[in-house]
Design a protein. Structure first.
Length: 215
């Protein structure tokens, strides 16, 4: 199936040519996606939020990709996984929320850190990241830093998006709404520890630690 490219121009293009009034509400983050973290996702977290970056990487913060590169990777992922989305698609196919590993840097004090528990929402219709949940700098708590991705980290996040999209296609008749509740324990793995709730925008929005998976 051919991907509907004319509905998915980069976000740095003029919106007037391809956004319809019927899509205006699609930018809102749905409640269904908020609690969709699965046990499988949680088990994948095998490192600490404070883990040191691999020595093989040469200053990954300087290799962070921009919006245009994100668009290219999203487009390639959709093509490789035969993911077709257009303005008539159900919202659960247009937007997919996942967690992954990202980098952070404080613009005030230059503090740098990484996290394996970063939530983003990917807009497959417009082929962009519609929401990146921020984290506070521990040295400048008044400052919220947006997550940064290297190409390999972003590709891993997009693999999760493709898997979730496929699951939703296989279960197209199901309703997204359910009564899943967060578990009381978490699975951080190794000697790692999850980030503190007060430093995470997603935790603040949920009113609970975002790294607690739900059934």
């Amino acid at each position: 199936q051919e991907i509907m490219a004319y509905y998915n121009k980069p976000s740095w293009y003029s919106d007037n040519d391809y956004y319809s009034e019927s899509d205006e509400g699609d930018d809102e983050i749905s409640d269904e996606d908020d609690d969709e973290i699965s046990e499988e996702d949680d088990d994948e977290i095998s490192e600490s939020d404070d883990d040191e970056i691999s020595e093989e990487e040469d200053d990954p913060w300087n290799n962070a990709i921009d919006e245009q590169e994100e668009y290219v990777i999203i487009t390639e992922t959709m093509k490789d996984n035969n993911m077709t989305v257009n303005k008539y698609s159900h919202k659960k196919f247009k937007r997919v929320t996942v967690r992954g590993e990202a980098l952070f840097e404080c613009d005030k004090c230059d503090n740098r850190w990484s996290s394996h528990n970063v939530t983003i929402q990917v807009d497959l219709l417009r082929r962009r990241v519609s929401k990146k949940y921020k984290q506070r700098c521990v040295h400048c708590p008044q400052y919220w830093a947006a997550p940064l991705f290297t190409s390999d980290r972003f590709e891993k996040v997009l693999d999760k998006v493709a898997d979730k999209f496929s699951e939703r296609m296989d279960d197209d008749s199901s309703d997204e709404d359910d009564d899943r509740q967060p578990r009381l324990e978490y699975s951080a793995g190794g000697n790692g520890r999850p980030h503190k709730q007060q430093y995470c925008e997603k935790c603040q929005e949920l009113g609970r630690p975002c790294w607690k998976y739900v059934r």
